[in-house]
Design a protein. Structure first.
Length: 168
């Protein structure tokens, strides 16, 4: 599964994406045959969250849970939730066209529908700027749950309000 921990991916173009690369067949002949027949799967790619900075390092804590946690609204400026159907494969996060940070793997029996809650702080510290130091912090929580509409639990920062309006 995706490994809970603290990560330091780079944001780019005001975004951090979640990418799940399909794992090729263990048998190289089967993998080559699938590739030649056009049977290779494309990576799953979705925006995990939008940043305030244009580009630079961020701090991201990932927690994989069995059930939805209580939201910590007093600790974070912005708290948004979305659903995603995650396929099996190697999971990573990072900005578009940036080197991705490995997050672990989603096994076949772990693939399926998940709820993703992103809590953010610091999005208004350096809006639209390129930074060399971490000014934004994120908590990404994932748990199995059927697909449901996006939800905004909190949107205090200007960046959070902007992105919350686009979730609706």
């Amino acid at each position: 599964m995706i490994i809970s921990g603290v990560y330091a991916p780079r944001a780019a173009e005001q975004a951090v994406e979640l990418v799940v690369e399909p794992v090729p067949a263990a048998d190289p002949v089967v993998a080559l045959q699938a590739s030649r027949a056009g049977g290779t799967q494309q990576p799953f790619r979705t925006t995990l969250f939008h940043t305030g900075i244009s580009s630079g390092p961020i701090s991201m804590t990932v927690n994989v849970l069995d059930a939805p946690p209580e939201p910590a609204l007093e600790e974070w400026e912005d708290v948004h939730e979305v659903s995603a159907s995650l396929p099996a494969g190697r999971a990573a996060a990072g900005g578009p066209m940036e080197e991705l940070t490995a997050l672990g793997a989603i096994e076949d029996d772990e693939s399926g529908d998940y709820r993703i809650r992103v809590s953010a702080a610091g999005r208004d510290r350096a809006p639209d700027l390129v930074t060399a130091t971490v000014v934004e912090h994120y908590l990404v929580q994932l748990w199995p749950e059927s697909v449901s509409p996006p939800r905004v639990l909190s949107a205090v920062s200007e960046q959070g309000k902007y992105w919350a309006a686009r979730l609706a």
